[in-house]
Design a protein around this ligand. Structure first.
Ligand code: NAP
Ligand code: MG
Length: 483
């Protein structure tokens, strides 16, 4: 690994690095427990400054840029990021603990892909004309940017989550103030500088790390912010929605999940084992759409479990910067405590630990843990109802399709689901009945910039990616014309 290229301990506002009024805080490498660097801690006053600079961008060069020019600029930014894939991937891995294999081949490329996908939309967002009644009348619509958009992101996919918001918001002509998660602020800061250097006008993208309860809260309350695009926990999302009501802000929420992954006995069991494994252990299980509840038809349960345990027993935590590592460190000490706490909760509720369940280290350091499988779980247990957000799978046997649909839907969440069967009729029937924003049939954890993603129920509302995302970042104005 080459030396990490880390951002200065400042905020990126109005096209430059500025001192934070809230001092600094440390960003930790969870695999080594070392401080990577100090990061500027934005205060509420810094959030206000970022909003002023975003408004100035909208009134200036950025607001005047034509949609086609915006598209070309997003392409240039994508090219600039692509040229620095390795550098961004190394920093993402150091900050979050995820394997470099993921950062380099999934996270950074997915961020680049989102930029290119929405670059293509920039000059294709248009209104309509209508056959209205009345003499000499006509009506048409304009799709206008909302104004200043605040993006608040979590720590599990830092650069991906940032880009799923920044790319469509900029393509639609908004200015953005981004508040990254305190655990993983580094790649967003680096990206703001990269975008500016690639030609993004000053103030079109501002990045203000800092405490959610302070700088995040100020963005939610700020009267000059038109929209909050939030990805994070259901708990914080609930409070945010209430607070945004005071200024009737537009809000989209991408929240937590407890997604069912359903395996029927007639499935290709080897493919299902692989899908169940990737569904929960990819990204250390710190994945909003993780297939964390594995439902297996009784007649196939023991065989599938045996194969899954065998496969998982070969998954060893390792140095995240090593190209062969497939299981990294959990993002923080407190996250590992919380996840291990759930393993204890499961034991007390009567679940059996079929594999794993213990903390680990690599060379004496780091917040690693063993990949964990809990069996003998009932869907009503806390470990089946609450989001654990770590490499912990619970398995639940079922008898027939109606029963499993009822169990799968018995959750406050509705983010994603998986269905494994060779019976195409059954696959579609189950997909139709599952209350979730995404259903994968005979695959799991697939995404594309062109396909919408988001939740049902308390997994949130609004859709990211695809043309659906454009609705989240534009207002529709109807213009009437008389004689
Ligand atoms: P979190 O605690 O809800 O934090 C998310 C973001 O909100 C962070 O930037 C946080 O700042 C900020 N925040 C905290 N309190 C705030 C407040 N009062 N006002 C405004 N902002 C505030 O979630 P997390 O622990 O970072 O991420 C894990 C959660 O995200 C999981 O529940 C996961 O399922 C969900 N997630 C959902 C999706 C999806 O697409 N549905 C994708 C990824 C993750 P600090 O970091 O400073 O606390
Ligand atoms: Mg960190």
């Amino acid at each position: 690994m080459t030396e990490l290229v880390l951002p200065p301990a400042k905020l990126f506002i109005g096209g430059e690095w500025v001192e934070a009024k809230g001092g600094t805080f440390a960003s930790e490498n969870p695999a080594t427990e070392e401080t990577l660097c100090e990061v500027g801690a934005a205060s509420a006053a810094d959030a206000d400054d970022a909003v002023v600079s975003a408004q100035a961008a909208l009134a200036g060069d950025w607001g005047k840029m034509s949609p086609r020019e915006r598209g070309k600029l997003l392409w240039r930014i994508a090219d600039a990021l692509e040229a620095r894939t390795e550098e961004f991937a190394q920093v993402e891995t150091a900050d979050n603990g995820k394997p470099i294999f993921e950062s380099k081949y999934v996270d950074v490329p997915a961020a680049i892909d989102a930029l290119r996908y929405f670059a293509g939309w920039a000059d294709k967002i248009h209104g309509d004309t209508f056959a209205v009644q009345g003499p000499f009348s006509m009506a048409y619509t304009l799709r206008e940017p909302m104004g200043v958009v605040a993006a608040i992101t979590p720590w599990n996919f830092p650069i991906i989550q940032a880009m799923w918001k920044i790319a469509p918001a900029l393509a639609c002509g908004n200015a953005v103030v981004l508040k990254p998660a305190s655990n993983t602020p580094l790649t967003a800061l680096k990206f703001a500088e990269l975008a500016f250097e690639a030609g993004l006008p000053a103030g079109a993208l501002n990045v203000v790390p800092g405490r959610g309860s302070e700088v995040g809260q100020r963005l939610v309350e700020h009267p000059d912010i038109a929209k909050i695009s939030f990805t994070g926990s259901t708990e914080v999302g609930r409070g945010l929605m209430k607070d945004a009501a005071d200024t009737v802000k537009r809000v989209t929420l991408e929240l937590g999940g407890k997604s069912p992954n359903i395996v029927f006995a007639d499935a290709d069991l080897d493919a299902a084992v692989k899908g169940a494994y990737n569904g929960i252990f990819y990204g250390k299980g710190e994945v909003c759409a993780a297939g964390s509840r594995l439902f297996v038809e009784k007649s196939a349960h023991d065989e599938l479990l045996e194969k899954l345990v065998e496969r998982t027993s070969r998954l060893e935590p390792g140095d995240p910067q090593h190209p062969k590592t497939r299981l990294g460190a959990l993002v923080s000490k407190s996250q590992r405590e919380s996840v291990l706490g759930y393993v204890d909760v499961g034991r007390k509720e009567g679940a059996e630990v079929a594999l794993g369940g213990k903390p680990r280290d690599v060379d004496g350091k780091g917040y690693f843990m063993e990949p964990t499988i809990l069996t003998g779980v009932d869907n009503q247990m806390r470990v089946a109802q609450e989001e654990i957000f770590g490499p912990v799978l619970v398995t639940i046997p079922f008898e027939d399709p109606d029963e499993v649909v009822t169990l799968a839907n018995n959750s406050i969440f509705g983010l994603a689901a998986g269905v494994w069967t060779r019976d195409i009729g059954k696959a579609h029937a189950v997909a139709a009945k599952i209350k979730a924003g995404t259903v994968w049939i005979n695959q799991y954890n697939w995404y594309d910039s062109g396909a919408p993603f988001g939740g049902y129920k308390q997994s949130g509302f609004g859709r990211e990616l695809g043309s659906a995302a454009l609705d989240s970042y534009t207002e529709t104005k109807t213009v009437w014309v008389g004689k």
